[in-house]
Design a protein around this ligand. Structure first.
Ligand code: GLN
Length: 538
């Protein structure tokens, strides 16, 4: 029989931020651990072509895939939970869908026709879903962003309704994730919002096969009976997903306990192979009860008030902890607070300091003082992207005595532009999708922290930046003790800097956090947390 790729469509109801991405990733993990080859994708109903031009305050972190696509942070969950690499086909926005339709119209692709949301936009959405169909893919999970009832989600809901109609019931299913809120005054869980949300889906012809209910407390039998009856869902397919106690990595274990994956496979007429969650469960056990206690790491950034802005960084720190059998406690510090109050009190007692990425000059002086504090006090320091650039600027100013050293991003007329626009960026005018993006190779010098941490001479890491270390200053900084341990062979770009005299000081131009997973912590995060543990002992 010809290979058929099956489809799962995940929608959300009642409110946003229910953790649809997390739940989709957890389902993907379970199906993968039952031997199926899964792909994930997210549809975002906004008009930006991609999230690359949005502020982290609007959107949270921009996650970068290997092929250099700037995407929604849910793709980070997809990659961390599963071994599945995401790509350009894993995230579509309304902006991207419309721009394809409009370009085709201008090229004469619809000659003679009136171009409309139905069928032309919905066809384009269906095409985007089909992009992941392949002979080596068994199941595609498509998450529709937004909430049922939003005007902007409508074309997506219509498209997935048509899609399932075309492929047939055995080949596609609908999962709806809703909120079952606990009303304190009444002392009970309420199912009415979920019923109404399913009602909205039904008016557009979608009847969910499975209902996943996010709730603060587990539901009882009565709630489930009610939801099954009023939402037209089989009783055993009303699944509850209460808030997890310790970690998001418990979600798949909770869902498996209710046999969600078994029901999914049965609905899709696929064989129910055995489930192997051994490794995953062992990882969660270490995470919850590590043997080596706790280390505290300061993250000093400029988007601290929004937890989602550094999502992958926080996750990668957790992974570094798992690999070292310790818990990582993060002290989040706004770099402007360091500017105002100085580093001593705010950073007192931490075992390691991380300065993450960012854009624009707000808070830079605070980051520079943070670097100086870590450098002069021998506190393990990890600078990522902007964090590495700050490490270079601080060293140039305070060790090499290059007054006014800066990045031209912050001071166009700096007398010592140690960080500068890359050659190919000089001519770039558009801001969307034009940075140095995605995976590039990097060669590691022998006898360096980087080489030791990776245990390899050549690596690949993902990038998202416009500015770069200025090689005109290399000899000068090298002369005062900075080591350039990672170089991109395509163009001699500096990718990693270190201070060999310091217990652990490393900055990288790329974003290692995007390649870290709970089962396989990124080597630099593992080494950084290892160094912090040593520092704690001292
Ligand atoms: N703003 C810096 C640049 O564009 C750093 C970017 C980042 O931290 N992702 O080079």
């Amino acid at each position: 029989m010809a290979h058929v790729t099956k489809h799962i469509f995940v929608t959300g109801g009642v409110v946003s931020s229910l953790g649809k991405g997390l739940t989709s990733a957890a389902i993907a993990l379970l199906l993968e651990r039952r031997g199926y080859r899964v792909r994930l994708q997210k549809m975002d109903p906004y008009l930006n072509v991609d999230p690359g031009t949005m502020s982290p305050y609007q959107h949270g972190e921009v996650y970068v895939t290997e092929d250099g696509t700037e995407t929604d942070l849910d793709l980070g969950h997809y990659e961390r939970f599963t071994g599945i690499p995401c790509s350009r086909a894993s995230n579509f926005t309304t902006g991207r869908i419309y721009s394809a339709v409009i370009s085709r119209e201008r090229a004469g692709g619809y000659l003679g026709k009136t171009v409309q949301v139905i069928p032309h936009v919905t066809d384009e959405i269906k095409k985007a879903i089909r992009e992941l169909d392949a002979a080596d893919v068994d199941i595609v999970i498509t998450e529709v962003g937004g909430t049922a009832g939003d005007i902007e989600s409508l074309p997506y809901l219509e498209a997935i309704r048509q899609f399932r109609q075309e492929i047939g019931r055995d080949n596609g299913l609908f999962i709806h994730i809703t909120l079952v809120p606990f009303i304190k005054a009444a002392g009970e869980l309420k199912t009415k919002p979920s019923q109404q949300s399913v009602g909205i889906l039904r008016t557009i012809g979608i009847v969910p096969d499975i209902l996943i209910c996010r709730c603060e407390q587990p539901m009882n039998e009565e709630h489930k009976d009610k939801l099954a009856l009023f939402c037209n869902v089989d009783r055993e397919l009303v699944i509850d997903e209460p808030d997890v106690e310790n970690s998001i990595y418990e979600v798949p274990i909770d869902l498996a306990r209710q046999d969600l994956d078994v029901y999914i496979l049965e609905k899709l007429a696929l064989h129910v192979n055995s489930l192997d969650l051994k490794q995953w469960k062992a990882m969660v056990r270490t995470l919850i009860a590590p043997r080596r206690g706790e280390v505290e790491i300061a993250v000093v950034g400029k988007y601290i008030s929004l937890r989602d802005a550094y999502k992958s960084i926080y996750e990668a720190l957790t992974h570094g902890g798992i690999a070292n059998n310790c818990r990582v406690k993060v002290r989040m510090i706004e770099s402007e607070a360091i500017q105002d109050q100085g580093p001593a009190r705010l950073l007192a007692g931490v075992a390691g300091i991380l300065v993450p990425g960012g854009f624009g000059d707000r808070g830079i002086e605070g980051m520079l003082r943070t670097v100086q504090y870590a450098r002069t006090r021998g506190i393990p320091f990890f600078g990522i992207c902007l964090g590495m650039q700050c490490a270079v600027i601080e060293f140039a100013r305070n060790v090499c005595k290059l007054g006014g050293a800066n990045s031209t991003e912050f001071d166009k007329d700096s007398p010592a532009p140690v960080i500068d626009l890359m050659e190919e960026q000089q001519r770039v005018r558009d801001l969307g999708g034009t940075m140095r993006l995605g995976s590039y190779p990097c060669t590691l010098a022998e006898g360096t922290l980087a080489r030791k941490s990776y245990g390899a001479a050549r690596i690949r890491e993902r990038h998202r930046h416009r500015y770069e270390f200025n090689n005109a200053f290399r000899a000068k900084l090298e002369g005062r003790g900075m080591r350039f341990s990672g170089i991109c062979p395509e163009g001699e770009l500096v990718e990693i800097v270190e201070l060999p005299k310091h217990p652990w000081f490393l900055g990288c131009q790329f974003h290692p956090e995007f390649q870290s997973t709970p089962l396989k912590a990124h080597p630099l995060f593992r080494a950084f947390i290892g160094a912090a543990l040593k520092k704690r002992k001292r």
